[in-house]
Ligand binder design. Structure first.
Ligand code: SF4
Length: 399
């Protein structure tokens, strides 16, 4: 299990800075972030090093995109007062931990991650036979494990990456969580909790180990979380001792499954930059309106009098995302009976102005001098957080 209950209140998620964000990103990721930031302790980051894995030959777009992406986040309501926002490359510890993890991660674990081959196939025009591309799920593992994040919002295609992270954490704990006199140190740590708590801990531990009582395990973990008079090292020891293992230095995260975006592109395919069918988040309203008006429709509707089928029309999925029940009913009936034209059909979406709401960006904030300070290295470097966790425990093993 190798988990620590408090960690499940912490969420980590990042986005690669490879160009302008579009409405597909909003519906697939950002809407979810806006909700999560009020429910968990959230760490959201610009994954600029991840962007390098596919854009190493011409990285200029990465730098240009970083701040534009942050503005997009702010425009849709991601709040730096609620979530911790940072840029990956400003926290070099991500790279350090990646390096350390790479020493003990079997290559076969990375080669079998399904997205490795799928992405190489999808991006044939790029030479992705690089270590960086093979190792990017391990960099993701480092991103997650640095913060001891318990929840990682992912779509189904990324669940394998979280599973890899869990395996890496288990291997790390197995290698570095062992110590001489572990039992004696654990027993000494129990005593530090005071007589009453020590007795309760031992009872709960026995219930879990002898009877597999998971409620007892959870209670014991909560008890450890609440202990203010034991050190971090003792806490890790006692979490591991509870489950019959060594120290839990890197707790395993869980995948927080998110629904895939239903947002279609302007041609009815999935909205994606590579298909050239996106609606950028902060696009000028006139441009969006023009794109909508010229969107292709059901090819069967050559003349106004030809009936159509919304199921065969790229415009219909947009109605499914943006229109209410009455409008959708009007579209279905009007299209099939040829009583409305395609421009009539698009008009309610254009009028709803949903497309425009992020266009101006977070105006007030952007007028504030030095607004970028919300992501300053000082604010985002959380070195202590993982140096205390890992550096002493791992690197000093041979120092
Ligand atoms: S009426 Fe609407 S749903 Fe039907 S073909 Fe035209 S745009 Fe598509």
């Amino acid at each position: 299990m190798s988990s620590v209950p408090g960690q499940y209140q912490r969420v980590l998620s990042g986005m690669r800075s490879t160009g302008k964000l579009h409405l597909g990103h909003y519906h697939g990721v950002l809407q979810n972030w806006v909700r999560l930031q009020h429910e968990y302790e959230c760490f959201f980051f610009v994954a600029d090093w991840h962007a390098l894995t596919t854009h190493y030959e011409d990285p200029s777009i990465i730098g240009d995109s970083v701040w534009e992406m942050v503005i997009d986040w702010l425009a849709v309501g991601v709040n730096p007062g609620s979530a911790k926002l940072f840029i990956q490359s400003q926290v070099p510890e991500h790279a350090e931990l990646h390096l350390l993890l790479s020493m003990m991660t079997p290559i076969s674990w990375l080669e079998r991650v399904p997205t490795y081959k799928d992405q190489q196939e999808a991006l044939k025009e790029k030479d992705l036979a690089t270590y960086g591309f093979l190792g990017y799920p391990l960099l993701q593992s480092a991103d997650i494990l640095i913060y001891k994040a318990g929840q990682v919002p992912v779509g189904e295609d990324q669940v394998a990456h979280v599973e890899l992270t869990r395996e890496v954490a288990r291997r790390f704990n197995h290698l570095y969580g062992r110590e001489r006199d572990f039992e004696a140190k654990a027993e000494a740590a129990i005593k530090k909790m005071g007589k009453k708590n020590a007795k309760l801990y031992n009872e709960l531990r026995r219930k879990f180990q002898e009877k597999g009582d998971h409620a007892a395990l959870a209670t014991a973990q909560a008890l450890l979380e609440s202990q203010g008079n034991i050190t971090l090292g003792d806490r890790e020891r006692l979490f591991g001792f509870l489950e019959g293992g060594g120290k839990i230095i890197l707790p395993e995260p869980q995948a927080l499954l998110t629904q895939a975006s239903k947002m279609p592109g302007l041609d009815g395919q999935k909205m994606s930059k590579s298909y050239g069918n996106t609606i950028p988040l902060r696009e000028e309203p006139e441009v969006v309106e023009k794109s909508l008006r010229t969107m292709p429709t059901d090819p069967a509707r050559v003349r106004l009098t030809d009936p159509g089928d919304p199921g065969k029309c790229p415009v219909w999925p947009l109605h499914e995302v943006y229109s209410d029940d009455d409008t959708r009913k009007w579209v279905r009936e009007g299209c099939r009976s040829a009583s409305i034209g395609c421009l009539d059909c698009k008009q309610p979406m254009i009028d709803a102005r949903n497309w425009h709401r992020f266009a101006s960006g977070p105006k007030t904030l952007l007028k504030t001098p030095n607004w970028c300070a919300i992501l300053s290295p000082k604010a985002t470097r959380r070195r202590g957080m993982w140096r205390g966790i890992l550096w002493k425990k791992c690197v000093q093993l041979w120092a």
